[in-house]
Design a protein around this ligand. Structure first.
Ligand SMILES: [Zn+2]
Length: 221
């Protein structure tokens, strides 16, 4: 009897896989190749350039990391996620981040993200770092910490001098709730680190714990 039940269930699962595959075939959202179950194919994954020295800086309770080089596949993936609304890529990129966190034994209680102002959010429709944080929450036991706010509209950092970047982001972030525990803050691209430092500064006024600022990629200039 047991065997028959198992038989039916496995037939059912094959049929369901078949339907899933036929109705919703999956494609790599970077190169367009058909894949089995992911949105980032193995060929693309193999081409990702991981940084030899992911730790960018460490000061007191704070650690800044970037995992990959912002070029090639990762650059395409981030741009497709942000500007072509390929939101399913967030799950694949979150897996890369979680693998890195596990390998480097980075433990945290909360996962947070780089916030946007209301105006920025309305313009893009979603915040890609929030999607990444949500997927990381799903893959780990961490809770989501969504009390970091961006309270000032800023200019795009690209094209600004280092001094201008600092002024542009000054007091741009506000943490509205005290927090006890270690927090992971997720970003997609680390450039000069002005955003990261400004967020950490605001977070440090409210936190009793460590801060791990982890960017999926780093723009190498
Ligand atoms: Zn691909």
């Amino acid at each position: 009897m047991q065997k028959i039940t198992l038989g039916y269930s496995s037939i059912f699962s094959s049929v369901s896989d078949f339907l899933q595959e036929t109705l919703f075939p999956r494609f790599c959202l970077v190169c367009g190749k058909k894949t089995e179950k992911t949105y980032l194919c193995e060929d693309c994954k193999r081409q990702i350039r991981f940084l030899d020295y992911p730790l960018i800086d460490h000061e007191r309770n704070t650690y800044f990391y970037a995992i990959t080089e912002y070029s090639g596949i990762i650059k395409d993936a981030v741009l497709n996620l942000k500007f072509k609304s390929c939101k399913m890529l967030s799950k694949e990129l979150a897996l890369i981040i979680v693998e890195f966190l596990k390998k480097n034994e980075i433990h945290f209680d909360y996962v947070s993200f780089v916030p946007m102002t209301r105006k920025e959010l309305l313009k893009r429709g979603f915040n890609q770092t929030f999607l990444l944080a949500k997927d990381i929450k799903r893959l780990t036991e961490a809770e989501l910490f969504d009390k970091i706010y961006k309270v000032k509209d800023t200019m795009r950092q690209i094209g600004l001098s280092k001094g201008e970047r600092v002024v542009n982001l000054k007091e741009a972030f506000l943490v509205k709730e005290s927090i006890k525990g270690d927090v992971l803050v997720i970003d997609d691209v680390f450039t000069t680190g002005s955003t990261a430092r400004e967020i950490v500064k605001s977070l440090n006024r409210k936190i009793d714990g460590k801060i791990f600022f982890v960017a999926l990629s780093r723009r190498i200039t």
